[in-house]
Design a protein around this ligand. Structure first.
Ligand SMILES: [Zn+2]
Length: 1002
């Protein structure tokens, strides 16, 4: 997860199709706390359990706060990226989104920190590697992570005060939740409308048909329980919530008796407990509200359906979604949960899985539906299998196929090799060193912990694997579960969703009616109050605040010297190899880049498909299902992708290439390189059936990502006319690629596609174009050397070496483009050219964009205009300055805000503290711990050396007020910018000749 936040919160929804029950790990733990035993008393707490989990190299300690009953789980582990989280059980009995709005409002100031949005302000006074808040279906959690002990104490203090003593003022409720306000709050002649951050956030969420499908299907499975409601909030129901109800919900739910505390890392437990106990001492034990979470099992299967917006990007006759959902086990039974997750993995995951073969390979649908997989986020779990991109007439067939597969599997069982591969994946997963292990662990246990599951049981993966092996040996293991939960289960739901061309219009009409009915009830006093409140809110937003009550780190907390990575550079078979030898827990990480000759744009469009084809089509002698089994049995996964990197000293000079990425246990390096070489040399591009499946799946995946990441598409499109790197990014992953892949998806005859892919295959991945990076332990170097030599020698070594792309002459163009799409909110981007990485102005531009975001754009775009997020961003490696807004209801105002940001910054004097804050926020990213597999990658991919990074670090630390003014004047006061907007049709844009309209589909 990146350190850049749109908002202080996110709604959590997940179905875990691909997730096996593994967690990830790092170095051996050092037991720094004195040995504890159950029953021990410590700082007002009583120890309940102490368990070592050797496979994850951690010790877990569960405690209860004696006075209030607050639960605490501490994970002692030798990892400096320490985590703190406090969470509350917040099940709901309606869909007003009360826990979600509370999560936002909680972060709007507290007793000890009475400033607007202290949480957001702390982002700039800290070196946190993670800060956020999440509302899940039945709990709300506030986590952060940092490596700095002072920072940890600062943030803990702000978080604790926010959740236990928030101000929850009425105006904050209105700003974050919902309100009636004049379109222009300063002009009472403009119409009254609905506003509010969560209101718009949820309007945006529900525009995403996949999200909508997931929640509707899930809600339908659990009638009569808390899960039939939306904890995030239904836009139609949010305006039912009152400020009083919000305050009451806080009182009943945010108390220690209803709380769970999580601490992780190498900071001592005693310090955590004494700091927390100090804040809890004023509370008494109270009863926690009861809600029903147990669904009454159905006596017969049910069918339900719903509608969503018609998607102009997808084929018109393939927009139906259908799935079968089955009620599963009680999640309290952790072994059963483990078994069901494994069953789901074996049924659904990868080319060799029976559901993939029956549903995806046959092109019955484009991809699995959003709810597909095993979901244990509820008291009783459920397993769903379904498809999207289905023809209406195939809805019955999909259900028949699913049941036929289940009957087959029950009869024939799973191939032993696949079960072995799944166990291998779990074991390898535990050895992976990731930078955010503590957070991954927290996410893995949270929903169980709030549903009476012992969280430590969820960590003991090896116990489950041992029991699994024993029970598998006695037989009937999966068969009995398929029988019980899937074939003979009356609690089964068929859920379909069909597109409706009038959906968006109906939605707007409903909203208008709700608004009209609210407005018609307003008295003159109400109206006066609305006018007054609108002005007050704007005034509040503009008020300059005294932030001195907030704790902060200082510039001296940032080390002037960066941590260097020792790399060795050698050659093997004339191929440059970068070696990183370090403790990797017995895993080898491999990456290769093959640089491309310059190729035409129309062929370039096929590169992403080519990369996916390598891992999807199979060879002439082996099906992809067979190869996929090998990949899972011997590696931690293989990937191929396109890369475009900008030269560190010239933004018009780029390298284009294809990257191959993989990892495996050291003992399997031979096998990993063999598989890679087989894929490169023998992929069968003539398998048009498989190719068709791949194209349809890709097209559908791309379309779905637009609703979720529209700001990235807008920003990329805007920047594509400015630099060659972004021109390529647009072709390879932007709206152009979305349109291209959808056009291929509707093509019957793929022979031209096949010949294009073969043309690419004949020019790429040759020996002379290759460079390799290997990260492994000392003892694995020689095994890697010999296996790697064989791999490199196996690749074609043509005499005709395609030489590197010459620095192309790229003429920037400045334009404005509008993509009308069926969303009820918009995304926008504006881009300007900056400087190369090594240019001294780069650091200044980076600080400038941080200052603009924190002191101007966030306030104007999010707080005033009601967008979910917005800001400026300087991409140092690409040399691009961009502005963006996310789920934005008032995009035209936002464009004006982008423009006015220049005047604002030229007029503004920044205090030293503000300069420091901007730098702290940048160093959160610069110094964030990274996974072992990422070490040395900036050097390998972009050619950016540690010396260059050290220079950049010094430049960043040295940026002054004057520098900001200078670069603002030089780079912002220009018309040389491009803009793009994605979103609902807007007459002003459609009729403005300075905007180019790009229509999709139909
Ligand atoms: Zn939110």
């Amino acid at each position: 997860m990146s350190t850049q936040l749109f908002c202080a919160s996110r709604i959590l929804r997940q179905a875990s199709r691909t997730k096996l029950p593994t967690t990830l790990k790092s170095a051996p733990y050092s037991s720094q706390t004195k040995p504890l035993t159950p029953g021990d008393r410590l700082q007002g707490y009583r120890v309940q359990q102490v368990r070592q989990v050797p496979e994850l190299e951690l010790t877990a300690v569960a405690l209860e706060h004696e006075a209030t009953g607050a639960q605490h789980l501490h994970i002692d582990r030798d990892d400096s990226n320490n985590v703190f989280a406090v969470g509350f059980h917040t099940p709901v009995s309606d869909s007003t989104g009360v826990p979600h709005i509370l999560e936002h409002t909680t972060l709007c100031g507290s007793e000890k920190y009475p400033v607007r949005d202290p949480f957001f302000k702390m982002l700039n006074r800290s070196l946190a590697t993670f800060m956020n808040a999440f509302t899940a279906s039945d709990y709300t959690i506030y986590p952060f992570a940092t490596t700095n002990p002072v920072d940890y104490a600062n943030l803990r203090s702000v978080y604790m005060d926010a959740v236990f003593h928030p101000r929850l003022e009425k105006l904050d409720f209105k700003q974050e939740g919902w309100r009636l306000e004049h379109e222009d709050p300063m002009d009472t002649s403009t119409p009254i409308t609905f506003k509010g951050v969560v209101y718009n956030e949820m309007k945006g969420q529900t525009s995403d048909a996949n999200y909508l499908y997931y929640v509707r299907a899930h809600e339908s499975m659990f009638p009569g329980t808390t899960y039939e409601h939306s904890s995030g909030g239904e836009p139609a129901r949010i305006p039912d919530l009152t400020h009083e109800q919000l305050v009451e919900f806080h009182k009943t739910h945010y108390n220690p008796s209803n709380a769970r505390f999580y601490t992780y890392g190498n900071f001592p437990l005693e310090d955590h407990l004494s700091a927390i106990e100090e804040r809890l001492s004023s509370f008494k034990r109270v009863d926690v509200p009861h809600v029903n979470k147990k669904v009454t099992p159905w006596t017969e299967p049910r069918k339900m359906s719903s509608t969503c917006a018609f998607d102009p990007l997808s084929p018109p006759d393939r927009q139906t979604r259908v799935s079968l959902s089955f009620l599963g086990n009680e999640t309290k039974d952790t072994f059963e949960t483990f078994s069901m997750r494994l069953l789901s993995y074996l049924l659904l995951d990868g080319h060799a899985s029976p559901m993939y073969k029956a549903l995806i390979d046959t092109n019955l649908g484009s991809e699995f539906s959003a709810n597909t997989g095993y979901d244990s986020s509820t008291r009783t779990s459920c397993l769903s299998i379904g498809l999207q991109g289905v023809k209406d007439s195939d809805v019955g067939l999909v259900q028949e196929r699913i049941l036929a597969v289940l009957n087959d599997v029950k009869k024939e069982g799973f191939d032993n090799k696949r079960i072995e591969a799944a166990i291998h994946q779990m074991e390898l997963g535990q050895k992976h060193k990731t930078a955010d292990f503590g957070l991954t662990l927290m996410h893995g246990i949270s929903s169980g912990w709030f549903n009476e599951v012992d969280p430590i049981n969820l960590l003991e993966i090896n116990k489950n694997i041992e029991r699994l092996k024993q029970e598998l040996a006695t037989g009937n293991f999966f068969e009995s579960r398929i029988d019980k939960y899937l074939l003979n289960n009356q609690h089964k739901l068929v859920f379909t969703m069909q597109p409706d061309g009038d959906y968006s219009a109906k939605l707007s009409k409903d909203e208008e009616q709700r608004l009209a009915s609210k407005v018609s009830q307003l008295t003159d006093t109400d109206k006066a109050e609305i006018a007054e409140q609108g002005k007050q809110l704007s005034a509040n937003q503009d008020k300059v605040e005294d932030l001195s009550c907030l704790p902060t780190l200082h510039l001296k907390d940032i080390s002037p010297k960066m941590k260097r990575t020792v790399l060795d550079h050698t050659g093997l078979c004339n191929t440059p190899v970068q070696w990183r030898t370090t403790a990797t827990n017995g895993i080898t990480y491999f990456r290769a880049i093959s640089s491309l000759p310059s190729i035409q744009d129309d062929l370039k469009l096929y590169l992403p498909l080519f990369c996916d084809a390598l891992l999807s089509l199979g060879t002439r002698t082996q099906s992809m299902a067979e190869i996929d089994d090998e990949i899972r049995l011997y590696t931690g996964g293989l990937r191929a992708s396109t890369v475009v990197s900008t030269n560190h000293s010239d933004i018009d000079h780029i390298e284009e290439g294809i990257a191959l990425i993989g990892n495996c246990l050291d003992r399997n390096v031979d096998k990993m390189y063999d598989i890679l070489s087989k894929l490169i040399l023998e992929t069968n591009f003539d398998d048009t059936e498989k190719l068709k499946t791949l194209i349809i799946g890709n097209a559908s995946g791309l379309v779905n990502s637009v609703a979720d990441s529209g700001h990235i598409f807008a920003r990329t499109y805007a920047a594509s006319s400015l630099t060659p790197a972004m021109h390529n990014a647009e072709l390879l992953s932007g709206m152009t690629q979305v349109a291209f892949m959808n056009q291929l998806a509707s093509t019957e005859d793929l022979s031209d596609v096949v010949s294009k892919l073969k043309a690419i295959a004949s020019t790429v991945l040759k020996q002379p174009t290759l460079r390799v990076a290997v990260t492994c332990g000392d003892d694995a170097v020689s095994a890697n050397e010999s296996a790697l030599s064989r791999f490199i020698s196996s690749l074609p070594n043509d005499d005709h070496v395609p030489h590197q792309a010459q620095p192309s002459v790229f003429a920037p163009k400045y334009n404005k483009t509008f993509f009308p799409l069926p969303f009820s909110v918009n995304f926008s981007g504006k881009a300007l050219r900056g400087v190369p990485y090594t240019h001294p102005d780069g650091a200044k531009l980076q600080v400038l964009s941080s200052l603009m975001t924190n002191h101007y754009l966030h306030r104007e775009i999010r707080e005033k205009n009601g967008a979910y997020g917005g800001g400026a961003r300087y991409a140092g490696l690409n040399g691009l300055l961009s502005f963006y807004s996310y789920r934005d209801p008032r995009t035209l105002e936002t464009l004006r805000t982008y423009a006015s940001a220049t005047d604002w910054v030229l007029d503004r004097k920044f205090a030293d503290q503000e300069m420091t804050e901007a730098k702290l926020s940048i160093f959160q990213g610069v110094d964030a711990p990274i996974s072992v597999s990422e070490e040395g990658m900036l050097q390998f991919v972009n050619g950016v050396s540690d010396d260059m990074r050290q220079r950049r670090r010094e430049q960043l630390l040295g940026v002054s007020q004057n520098d900001i003014r200078e670069v603002a004047e030089q780079y912002l006061t220009t018309n040389e910018a491009s803009m793009a907007i994605l979103g609902e049709a807007n007459d002003k844009l459609l009729n403005d000749p300075s905007w180019t309209v790009q229509q999709f589909g139909q």
